[in-house]
Design a protein around this ligand. Structure first.
Ligand SMILES: *Cc1c(COP(=O)(O)O)cnc(C)c1O
Length: 375
């Protein structure tokens, strides 16, 4: 036992190192054959027709809103219990985020409260599948289709998830994934947009690279071709170096999920009898991607501090976003408006959950939690 368990450690093996080295010497570094292969393999895994590689999930969400024509004067409904990107991208396109409180059981957006938050300006919903557990997609799809709203899924936690037996990657207009180091697979930094809409996929490819009619690989492979800016685009194309890592990681995604499931089972068994800890409930008829193991505890900051002293790294997912300075000051949000989200934000703590953890690491975390909460 090492007595130290980091909040997260990525698995980067010889395979990734060799793939990156081979790409470095291949003569092609930016978006090219590796990205094309990663996109194809990723789309297959997610169950989607098309996948578009970008530099982050933040850019994936942003480009989705741009491609779907969501801009100034429009409103987008989302959850406050998420990473800041989810709402920041709504601001970035000039639209207004409308936060809806969460369901205390799943900590996902409370679908029974969405309708009351809609206005004639509402154009889209961004469901966040918290900790890897799918939102109630049948209800979200029904609400969206009644009001003619687009659905942009924030799947940053939810790569392996499915809802009622169907891969989450097949729901909504787009599904956006993150390959940031603490996510279920990593490319150091990176993201992916999945969609079944061929026109939307084409649009996203143009938008990720300056709005050009041809990408660099198309321009230079097989002789120079002329190209032009066809619309205002951005610069967030995934590189072949990132895709080379992603291809290796994707091959082990299910094996890693199995390992996280074992760890979750051990945590659940150990914490079930601790009255001061509230774990997340995974509902029936879903497969959670098991990205995080968040628990609610009294005196969260004290518990975090003591765990740190005992060598256990933890994270906070998430402090309620509507109460962050920018949103508070811009929209006048205040404490008491979204009570479930605020309470979760004040009490949540995420424990280490990743396949590089040994059985000893898991036992150590359990022992330290028991030590802190029972004293
Ligand atoms: C990590 C995360 C993002 C952003 O991902 P990046 O790839 O870092 O841009 C967005 N939403 C959620 C819920 C996340 O956890």
């Amino acid at each position: 036992m090492n007595g130290q368990v980091a909040f997260h450690r990525s698995i980067i093996g010889e395979e990734e190192i060799e793939a990156v080295t081979a790409t470095l010497t291949s003569g092609w570094l930016t978006t090219g054959p590796k990205v094309a292969k990663f996109e194809a393999d990723f789309a297959h895994y997610a169950g989607a027709e098309y996948a578009v590689g970008v530099t982050s999930c933040t850019e994936a969400l942003f480009l989705s809103l741009v491609a779907l024509g969501i801009g100034p004067g429009k409103e987008v409904i989302t959850t406050p219990v998420t990473w800041c990107s989810t709402a920041n991208v709504i601001e970035m396109v000039g639209a207004t985020p409308v936060f809806v409180d969460i369901d205390p059981k799943t900590r996902n957006i409370d679908t029974t409260k969405i309708e009351a938050a809609m206005s004639p300006q509402t154009r889209a919903i961004i469901p966040v599948h918290y900790a890897g557990q799918p939102c109630h997609m049948d209800e979200i799809e029904a609400l969206a289709s009644n009001a003619d709203l687009r659905i942009v899924n924030d799947c940053a936690h939810a790569l392996e998830a499915n809802y009622q037996g169907r891969s989450l990657g097949t729901y909504g207009d787009t599904c956006c994934y993150s390959f940031y180091p603490i996510k279920n697979i990593t490319t150091a930094e990176g993201g992916m947009i999945c969609t079944d809409d061929e026109e939307l996929a084409k649009e996203l490819r143009v938008l990720r690279l300056h709005g050009l009619s041809l990408d660099a690989y198309q321009r230079y492979s097989g002789g120079y071709k002329h190209f032009e800016v066809v619309r205002l685009g951005y610069k967030c194309n995934m590189s072949d170096l990132q895709a080379a890592i992603g291809l290796c990681q994707l091959r082990r995604v299910d094996q890693w999920w199995e390992r996280r499931r074992e760890i979750v089972a051990r945590y659940d068994a150990a914490f079930g009898s601790l009255p001061t800890i509230t774990a997340l409930v995974v509902e029936e008829h879903v497969k959670s991607a098991l990205h995080l193991y968040p628990v609610l505890v009294p005196e969260r900051d004290r518990v975090m501090e003591q765990l740190k002293t005992r060598g256990v790294g933890t994270g906070v997912h998430f402090t309620a976003l509507h109460l962050h300075k920018y949103y508070r000051e811009k929209y006048g949000y205040h404490t008491g408006q979204l009570p479930v989200a605020e309470s979760v934000g004040a009490h949540t703590l995420s424990l280490p959950l990743y396949p590089a953890m040994s059985d000893e690491d898991v036992a150590y975390v359990i022992e330290q939690i028991q030590g802190v909460l029972l004293t």
